[in-house]
Design a binder for this molecule. Sequence first.
Ligand code: ADP
Ligand code: MG
Length: 259
Amino acid sequence: MSGGILVECAHITCAYGSTVAVRDAHVTFRSGDFVGIVGPSGSGKTTLLKAILGTATPQQGHVTKKPGLRMGYVPQVESVDWNFPVTVLEVVAMTRTSRRYFPRITPDERRDALDVLERLGLAGLHDRHIRELSGGQQQRVFVARALFHRPELLVLDEPTSGVDVRTRHEVLHLLADLHDDGVSIVLSTHDLNGLAAHLPRLICMNVDVIADGPPLEVLNSEVLENTYGAPMEVLVHGGMPLVLEHGADDVSRRLGGTR
Ligand code: ADP
Ligand code: MG
């Protein structure tokens, strides 16, 4: 059940110079939400997340937040510099203050960081270099870092991009657990069948917001064609939408595959 408003984007337009990334988006995020933002590469997903976080300022419209709202951000794993010499504990605990160099983690911070690592199934890994972890563990470390602030709203940018199927399941279960614990979640993804179709609410965008609602309502050929600019078909399998890409038929025919 959704509750009070956490963030409201009122007709926001965000641009980088002459490139409009998000146009006239009017979307509201409430306590209890678990929302996926879907769209092709370059469709403005990251920019919309940044507008929610307040790190991108809209040229038009405005973003209103619940006063004192605590937010956690999990960046795309691909955007992380894995050579940075930092341990798991430091990744998690270094964010609470703005101290960036030669961080000294206080005993309280250390205890809180170890608690959150244990909660995410990362107990015992705190002294490892972040590079020495599996993809799923790395993703969890960044979730741990976001949770260290005890956020009411967790914002994740493509949490399953570049991870294998097993890690995707791990991340999905972790997010479902956090949501059960009362954390509201907004994430971006271009994984329609593996992630988006499982969420209670989707926002389909391609600069414009094309649709906003439950997957069974918004994942239809018309919305998908407007979002992705390519014909797509949707089957319902076991009560879940399953998106099929038409173009794939031609490719397999050209490559001599049997269908
Ligand atoms: P997505 O996350 O859906 O891939 P983005 O929000 O990253 O989309 O990008 C939306 C548009 O804005 C794209 O056309 C992209 O090239 C452009 N863009 C994103 N970040 C910048 C930037 N820092 N400077 C200039 N253009 C940008
Ligand atoms: Mg992005």
